[in-house]
Design a protein around this ligand. Structure first.
Ligand SMILES: [Zn+2]
Length: 372
């Protein structure tokens, strides 16, 4: 294993921040998996999972069992991690700009297409290498204006040439669930099975360029653009956001379970030598456009009737809102049937607040599909 430290450009005089990438196996083969934890810095469960995963990967590396390279960033966001506001962790948004740390990565397709067009050929592997080299050049040319942009460029560069990218997060209160691109939803069914995920959500474009999508969508977009002319593998980079339950579900037992599941999936994908364990049955993949973000229609105290993991029928009450000014109680009803996979940790709602997510099977939303 090799450890690299990456220093970010100081946002202010007298400060420096750095992060660490762990490199297991050998880079020469070109085969690569990339995993990072806690891009949303207040999401602690993935950071402990990364500890357990690093131990396993180090042992596998010593045994010569890592095929190619596996890169792990156990703490992906030192900027957000330091944003502690009078006792409350604030790791989701950059305080300087208000921008979500998992948005506004570079969408490279528009710049890549004209750059690679004269270089592509009939050999899909050669085209993968060409597109990765061009992506590297585009990211190298990105002049970050801020410390946060420099972080985003660094993370995207570390992941850009990987065959598999897993961005490890968690929700407020949740069961394990995954987000990925529609063309690769099937490819992540085994990971959903190993992790025991209860929702596998997919979309072509979820909006605002989250990390996993920036890594993966260039491939199916370029494959579509050059269809019939050049061979481009639409799945050259499989990428997913993995939500490891709720924000306080930090335990050694869960971390070991999740690290074992990730190792099983890495083995399934050929990143680790050996036979993978049998894949447990996975939840069905459902469109992100089918997720109902149950929204508070009035303000008040939130009393949930459903918890993450519960099945919900359309028309069933999922929560009651109690107005402390008028004593009026308002039932919130689900409008779709599906698995409740996440809910807010707050128990007072302002009007319009999103309280719960239900994975409906039928697409009905459009536009920007992710929460803020
Ligand atoms: Zn997150």
């Amino acid at each position: 294993m090799q450890t690299q430290f990456h220093e970010l450009p100081a946002a202010s005089a007298g400060t420096t921040r750095r992060l660490r990438s762990l490199h297991f196996g050998r880079a020469e083969t070109g085969r690569k998996a990339y995993l990072q934890a806690a891009l949303h810095a207040d999401e602690v469960p993935p950071m402990l999972v990364a500890q357990a995963l690093a131990e396993r990967l180090a042992a596998l590396d010593t045994a010569g069992a890592i095929a190619g390279e596996i890169v792990l960033v156990p703490m992906a966001n030192p900027i957000g991690l330091a944003q502690d506001l009078q006792g409350t962790a604030f790791g989701r948004f950059d305080l300087a700009t208000g921008v979500n740390f998992n948005r506004q990565f570079r969408h490279l397709t528009p710049a890549l297409a004209p750059l690679v067009e004269p270089l592509l050929c009939a050999d899909a592997d050669a085209n993968t290498r060409t597109i990765r080299a061009a992506s590297r050049g585009l990211l190298a040319a990105w002049q970050p204006a801020t410390e946060t942009e420099a972080l985003k460029r660094l993370l995207q560069t570390l992941a850009m040439d990987a065959d598999l990218v897993l961005d490890l997060h968690c929700d407020n209160q949740a069961v394990v669930h995954l987000y990925t691109g529609t063309p690769q939803a099937d490819a992540f069914a085994p990971l959903a099975g190993y992790l025991g995920a209860q929702a596998l959500l997919h979309s072509e474009v979820s909006g605002d360029e989250p990390f996993d999508e920036a890594a993966a969508r260039i491939w199916w977009e370029l494959a579509e653009r050059f269809a019939g002319r050049f061979a481009v593998d639409p799945l050259a980079c499989l990428a997913a956001t993995v939500e490891l339950r709720g924000e306080t579900e930090v335990s050694q037992e869960l971390a070991e379970h999740d690290a074992d599941a990730l190792v099983a999936f890495l083995r399934f994908g050929g990143h680790i030598a050996g036979t993978p364990p049998p894949v447990p049955p996975a939840c069905a993949a459902t469109p992100l456009e089918g997720v109902e973000p149950v929204t508070a229609l009035t303000s008040g105290i939130v009393v949930f009737a459903k918890a993450p993991g519960d099945w919900v029928e359309a028309g069933e009450p999922v929560a009651e809102i109690v107005d402390p000014l008028t004593d009026v109680r308002t039932a919130l009803l689900a409008s779709v049937s599906g698995r409740c996979f996440a809910r807010t940790a707050r128990r007072y709602a302002t009007r319009g607040m999103r309280l719960m997510k239900i994975a409906g099977a039928t697409a009905y939303r459009s536009g920007k599909l992710l929460s803020l």
